[in-house]
Design a protein around this ligand. Sequence first.
Ligand code: SF4
Ligand code: SF4
Length: 421
Amino acid sequence: MKEAAVLLCQHIGAICEPVVKKGDTVAAGQKVGDSQAFVSAPVHSPVAGKVKEVALRSHPVLGRAMAVVIVADPPDERPAAVDPGRFADFDTENCEQAAILDAAREAGLVGMGGAGFPTRVKLDPKGTPKETLIVNACECEPYITCDYRLMLEWTDQVLAGVRLATKAAGCKRVIIGIEDNKPRAIEVMRDACRAGADGIEVMPLQTKYPQGGERQLIRAVLGKSVPTGGIPPMIGVVVINVATAAALADAVVFGRPLTHRVVTVTGGGIDRPGNYYVPLGITAGELIEFCGGLNSQARKVVMGGPMMGLAIADMETPLTKTSGAITVLTKQEIGSAKFKRRQTACIRCGRCLEVCPERLNPTRIAHAVKNNLLDVAQDYYMSACIECGCCSYVCPANIELTGYIKTGKIFVARQKKRMPE
Ligand code: SF4
Ligand code: SF4
């Protein structure tokens, strides 16, 4: 990588301020942005080099956001290899709860499954007691396999992270939820848990989208529902993703900040799909080039999976901590009928209501957003939407319901000054 653009907003919560300036020399793993707010997470440089500028860059969700741009010196340097055996031998029992939480904060850990909620805050043992830790290993979205490969190849690291998270949150019960279309992962994780003999349960779950949504997962694993507008700790549950667990182990055992992650590069529009361990701040274009570039069938580049991801127009968009996939779709994959058809008026078929896992009324929310009635959209529980994309997928009128809802949520966040203009 020649240049890394480290976005200062890669999480839910307060946006980081740059702590370096143009011309500064930075080391690999050095903090380049931070915030004093409790709900936030610092960002670090994945490479050694010189700060070229602090400037606006494309952001996969926000459109544009500030980033610290670092010219790598030397270019194309890979992170130092670590001894994977250290994770299996690491004694999580002797780790102090406060030390784990501090390591999570300092390493800039956030939920890597997509939400980007700061891990330090999520694991905070204060407030409502957290009885159960659920590890989200469903990876329910089609095409994406990065968490699956983590479970198979970095099993000890994932389990060390799960144990550390359990201790940090003060949970008594731990369940790893894996969809039953991943029998190999279920077997590997079960064997590893048995060897540890510390009561971690592996639970196969029905393969269905969006099983990996936090609220859907809790319902499937425990049969409990999180109140609408509420959060899992209200019912004594904390959920972390497989990749976040692996990153927590890396942070505690080796003191490494979150500067790299495994990303699935997939879709019919790419010639060399696969899972790659990439520096955060690399652009989508550079990563795609590394994977052989776009082929002649490529029509749409999506940051994320085909259901919840966002199409990007700028190939200079940098990857963030929550970028688990880049999906390059062909015309056939988008669906030729959908590709040709235009949006028409709602025919009030009610299909979007039937499929919504949160039992919302997507058409009403989308209509309110379209007419700039954000308070009305809020009254219809817009914030409870998990952005699964099911309503858009089934809509015979081709209405981008999820797109309207996502836009509405961004407008509300901007009104509340939680996001930059
Ligand atoms: S994207 Fe649509 S279907 Fe999914 S939760 Fe939101 S409103 Fe419901
Ligand atoms: S699925 Fe589409 S056409 Fe049917 S009610 Fe919902 S918005 Fe209207």
